[in-house]
Design a protein around this ligand. Structure first.
Ligand code: PLP
Length: 426
């Protein structure tokens, strides 16, 4: 092998994987087993005491999942990763390591609708309080910081309109506040944006979307950047204080720059239980091998569709950061020079009714609540994903009544445009 560090596409195919040492299998096998035999009693004891790394039980770790973890950590430039059952499970596991009841975290208001629900309602029942800030107004993050703030949460490319977040500016606020910056990188994927390069301390993904990429498997992943010092001021006791369940070890002291990933595994996944099935890990790994090729095509198609819509008389506006006239185009050039992603919104002159009508007339686009599939997808957020919000909050989060969201797939762009043309014209 040469000394050249492998490029992104090479990592997407190879990182974490080796031919199976027993059988020579070249594709990563699906280790469909709940548990793993110990060499002897000492080995078992050292695994349980975290003195040795190894497999115990698939709720805590699995060799197929481990390849996925190593691959995504490599693609994101992190020190370690933990795969879990879904993007939402990843968010719970992350915040459980950071917040005690009564603590707060600041979240950008422009988020996946499910995350808005999870943060507002489910997390409240744990005593974790979300404070909203406006990603277009960095000072709103500064103003939201209190002594109980434990983290800041943003999306790199934000739902639903595909707006681009100024990660570096918000990471400066997080640094000053002494809290980690968590970036949900689902809509960008590491091919378009690597948040750790811009100051993120933790990256989270719904693997369900572009990384898996084929709309067939749920999964989530947490990437530890290894950048945050958890020991300061006793603010993060899960990481800095002796753990009674592991003979009093302190995770940061013992595991250094991958302590957060370890905490998520041995305290979060072990005790909360949202393990990823090895079968799903296999499906997602297979998807990741073609991530660079797919993202190129997703972005090329999205730009063509956005340009078509921008010129159509029934369309009031298009919100796609890849268009030179878009308000996020400068940020897109800085953070996502290879393409502004494939999820964006547009609004129709006919308002709510026109949105519902369009969705019902489209044939090639599937009407469903997902993004990041090979297939092109459409949804009317105001009547579905964001319907729980009041009208003002809908508009603030980019999901007003006239807004339609698209997730552009990898079909022929001419066919996508023809489908939109017939549906808009009819
Ligand atoms: C889908 C999605 C999630 C939630 O992920 P699941 O795998 O559905 O639990 C979180 N954030 C973003 C940006 C998403 O698109």
């Amino acid at each position: 092998m040469s000394d050249r560090p492998p490029g992104f596409s090479t990592l997407a195919v190879h990182a974490g994987a080796q031919p199976d040492p027993t059988t020579g299998a070249r594709a990563t096998p699906i280790y469909q087993t709940t548990s793993f035999v110990f060499n002897d009693a000492d080995h078992a004891a050292s695994l349980f005491g975290l003195q040795a790394f190894g497999n115990i039980y698939t709720r805590i770790g699995n060799p197929t999942n481990a390849v996925l973890e190593e691959r995504v950590a490599a693609l994101e430039g992190g020190t370690a990763a933990l795969a879990v059952a879904s993007g939402h499970a990843a968010q719970v596991v992350i915040l459980q390591q950071l917040l005690q009841p009564g603590d707060e975290f600041i979240a950008a208001r422009k988020l996946y609708g499910g995350s808005i629900n999870q943060f507002t309602h489910a997390f409240k029942s744990f005593g974790w309080n979300v404070v909203w800030a406006d990603p277009d107004d960095i000072s709103s993050f500064e103003r939201a910081v209190t002594p109980r703030t434990k983290a800041i949460f943003i999306e790199s490319i934000a739902n639903p309109a595909g707006s681009i977040t100024d990660i570096e500016a918000i990471s400066t606020v997080a640094r000053k506040a002494g809290v980690p910056l968590i970036v949900d990188n689902t809509l960008a994927s590491p091919y378009l944006i690597r948040p750790i390069d811009h100051g993120a301390d933790i990256v989270v993904h719904s693997l369900t979307k572009f990384l898996g990429g084929h709309g067939n498997s749920l999964g989530g992943i947490i990437v530890d950047a290894g950048t945050f010092d958890w020991s300061t001021g006793g603010k993060y006791p899960m990481l800095s204080e002796p753990r009674p369940e592991y003979h009093g070890i302190r995770l940061q002291e013992t595991f250094g720059n991958f302590a957060f990933a370890i905490a998520c595994r041995v305290l979060g996944l072990r005790d909360l239980g949202p393990a990823l099935s090895p079968f799903n890990a296999f499906m997602i790994l297979t998807g990741i091998e073609t991530l660079p090729l797919r993202m190129q095509k997703h972005c090329e198609n999205a730009k063509a569709v956005a340009e078509f819509l921008a010129g159509h008389p029934a369309v009031a506006s298009v919100s796609y950061a890849g268009l030179p006239s878009d308000k996020y185009n400068q940020l897109a050039r800085k953070y996502a020079p290879k393409g502004a992603g494939a999820v964006f919104t547009f609004s129709l002159k006919g308002g709510y009714d026109a949105g519902v009508n369009l969705v019902s007339k489209l044939q090639l686009f599937s009407h469903l609540a997902n993004v990041g599939d090979t297939r092109s997808l459409v949804i009317h957020p105001a009547s579905t994903t964001h319907s729980q919000l009041d009208d003002a909050a809908k508009v603030k989060s980019g999901a007003g009544p006239d807004v339609v969201r698209l997730s552009i797939g990898i079909e022929d762009k001419e066919d996508l445009i023809a489908d939109l043309e017939q549906a808009l014209g009819a």
